[in-house]
Design a protein around this ligand. Structure first.
Ligand SMILES: CC(C)(COP(=O)(O)OP(=O)(O)OC[C@H]1O[C@@H](n2cnc3c(N)ncnc32)[C@H](O)[C@@H]1OP(=O)(O)O)[C@@H](O)C(=O)NCCC(=O)NCCS
Length: 180
């Protein structure tokens, strides 16, 4: 989404800032190619390089229906992952959230929980959305817990939706409404 690249949001744990092609370094590209990180991400079916990732970040910045943000950990003092609201559906007041904490040493510190809570505020207060949605593999316990701690509830299960490591896995659908 085309907004002032200096715009940022923060709480005690994270600072969210507009992601630009300059943020695309070896660390970020490495997260996308790390099998432990991408285990539950659809991006795992491709091998990523710097040029392709920078082009993707640029396209997100130009997109009127996506806000793509870098997550900075305040405790670690660095960029540890990304979070996106998009696609945004203005007709229905909807926004889909996806995230990746790519730096494995940043896991289990409440960073996903606080990034989701911050992005929910942006979605409701700044973008005027009515409902935020997300989905995770049923096995992705950390993701589900983080969304639930950030005020999301499970609104459905799509049975045997994915093929993961040669077996079928459910998709858990989560949502949070603006007046929560
Ligand atoms: C899943 C993910 C978002 C969790 O991020 P995080 O910053 O570690 O999450 P939080 O610290 O806010 O953790 C929420 C809770 O889940 C727990 N948790 C995290 N990973 C877990 C796992 N693999 N199994 C069980 N619990 C887990 C955390 O310990 C924490 O609980 P606690 O406070 O009682 O210890 C992160 O590991 C990640 O981005 N993974 C790779 C990409 C991905 O799966 N993205 C989500 C797609 S829907």
């Amino acid at each position: 989404m085309r907004i002032d690249p200096d715009t940022h949001w923060e709480n005690d744990i994270v600072r969210l800032a507009v992601l630009t092609p300059d943020d695309v370094g070896d660390a970020y590209v490495g997260w996308l190619n790390d099998p432990e990180v991408n285990r539950y991400l659809e991006s795992r079916f491709a091998v990523h390089d710097r040029a392709a990732v920078a082009a993707y970040v640029k396209s997100m910045f130009a997109s009127p229906v996506s806000l793509f943000l870098a997550i900075h950990s305040k405790a670690l003092g660095r960029h540890v992952g990304n979070i996106k609201i998009g696609p945004i559906d203005r007709h229905h007041g909807l926004g889909e959230i996806g995230l990746m904490i790519g730096a494995r040493d940043a896991w289990g510190r409440g960073i996903a929980t606080h990034a989701i809570a911050a992005v929910a505020q942006i979605g409701f207060r700044d973008l005027g959305l009515r409902k935020l949605t997300a989905g995770c593999y049923a096995d992705n316990r950390g993701s589900r817990i983080a969304f639930e701690r950030a005020g999301f509830t499970v609104e459905g299960i799509r049975r045997a939706h994915f093929v993961s490591d040669g077996r079928f896995e459910d998709l858990v659908l989560l949502a949070r409404f603006a007046d929560n």
